[in-house]
Design a protein around this ligand. Structure first.
Ligand code: AMP
Ligand code: MG
Length: 385
């Protein structure tokens, strides 16, 4: 199949003529990749069983991993769901359109092939102008998982989509690089207490400000045990992963406590080493120590003859002597880390490194989403130091 491409001239104000063919393809059962504010989506008609099957085939995705249905306005929600809980109404008012997906009891209209056999359906109203106009013009809810081959890092540019989907789908709509860079937050509002299934740009803190304490699905923090069916079925698969083996270096709570205590031997030793190195005294001691630990692990691996890459930040990049090093942003802005994460993981694939060592980041706000994706990409391979 030939994959057509269209470039939107002004992605903030797409013109209907630019999107009409893509909308027609969606309406008639074909597949179109398009930008959203989170990552690029691979769209098909959510009401058409055959279209969802095509999505699973194009991605190589297991068919028990449900799809998110995307809508363009509130009127389109009613027909897809059995009921709209109070919490959902509140969150929709505040965060739709935007990077928030909610899980509802599904209506009979939604085929089980879209929900991976579940009686619930995940729905989102994206804010990206291209996505929203396209869904509106298509006139159907659009099932759209990320437009990557299953398991690979999600695409944040149209070029990433082409790498994975060329020849497998009907069309790619190029609206430029996405804004946020990690997938939407998913909250299950179908039960008595809302449950966070996947962290994203609408953070746990933002949700709890509205709803009070919410539950966090255990799959957000760690691997799902064998035999247990997770509430967010996507969580059981290895995800977002580069081809090289990724290892996350994380500081133990005990190490951090010592680094905060000026009398501790570790503090003195690390501080002395910072002074001796004669540079970068602006770097905080925790980041400096983390970088030294990442360096050690990476250099030991390099000595075995393997090719090694480093994921670090603007603050620490000068600390590394390894050739292949990439900053994913600044520790001052979690949004910058989210924005660049997948692009850097894909770059390491092109560079064909065997091992990637990554610094870890704070788990608050958008950092929770960054760390969630990084730990999954690492297959939960974390080195505690
Ligand atoms: P993606 O399309 O790659 O952004 O992933 C969609 C994810 O949404 C799935 O992997 C699930 O984890 C989650 N999801 C979709 N539908 C449901 C549902 N009905 N109940 C719970 N989680 C869902
Ligand atoms: Mg995905």
């Amino acid at each position: 199949m030939e994959t057509k491409g269209i470039i939107i001239k002004d992605a903030k104000h797409p013109r209907d003529e630019e999107l009409s063919e893509a909308a027609r393809i969606l309406r008639t059962g074909g597949l179109v990749a398009f930008p959203t504010e989170t990552v690029y989506g691979l769209g098909g008609n959510a009401l058409d069983k055959r279209a969802s099957e095509k999505i699973y085939a194009a991605k190589g995705r297991p068919s028990d991993n449900p799809l998110i249905a995307h809508i363009s306005c509130m009127e389109e929600l009613g027909p897809l769901v059995e009921k709209i809980p109070k919490a959902a109404e509140l969150l929709a008012k505040l965060y739709w359109p935007g990077p928030l997906t909610m899980v509802f009891p599904k209506s009979a209209q939604i085929p089980y092939s879209t929900t991976g056999g579940l009686d619930t359906v995940a729905v989102r109203m994206p804010s990206d102008p291209v996505a929203r106009r396209l869904i509106h013009l298509a006139g159907v809810p659009v099932a759209a998982p990320s437009a990557n081959t299953s398991g690979r890092p999600s695409p944040t540019t149209a070029e990433h989509v082409r790498q994975d989907m060329d020849g497998r789908i009907d069309m790619i709509v190029d609206g430029g690089p996405v804004g946020i860079g990690v997938e939407s937050t998913i909250v299950d509002v179908s039960g008595a207490v809302p449950i966070l299934l996947r962290p994203g740009a609408i953070t746990q803190e933002m949700l709890e400000e509205q709803l009070g304490k919410i539950l966090i699905d255990p799959a957000v923090f760690g691997p799902v045990e064998k035999g247990i069916r997770p509430r967010a079925p996507g969580m059981k698969y290895r995800h977002y992963a580069p081809r090289g083996e990724l290892v996350l270096i994380q500081l133990k709570e005990e190490t951090r406590a010592q680094l905060r205590t000026q009398e501790s031997p570790l503090f003195r030793q690390v501080y002395q080493s910072m002074v001796d190195s004669g540079r970068n005294l602006g770097l905080d001691i925790e980041s400096y120590y983390m970088a030294s630990q990442v360096n050690q692990a990476a250099e030991a691996k390099e000595r075995t003859g393997a090719s090694v890459g480093i994921i670090c930040t603007d603050e620490t990049i000068e600390e590394y002597h390894i050739v292949v090093k990439r900053s994913i942003g600044t520790r001052e802005s979690e949004a910058s880390l989210a924005h660049n994460l997948y692009g850097v993981l894909r770059e390491f694939d092109e560079l064909e490194v065997d091992y990637i060592y990554s610094e870890s980041f704070s788990q608050t706000h958008l950092g929770q989403a960054v760390m969630n994706r990084l730990s999954k990409a690492a297959g939960y391979h974390v080195l505690l130091v």
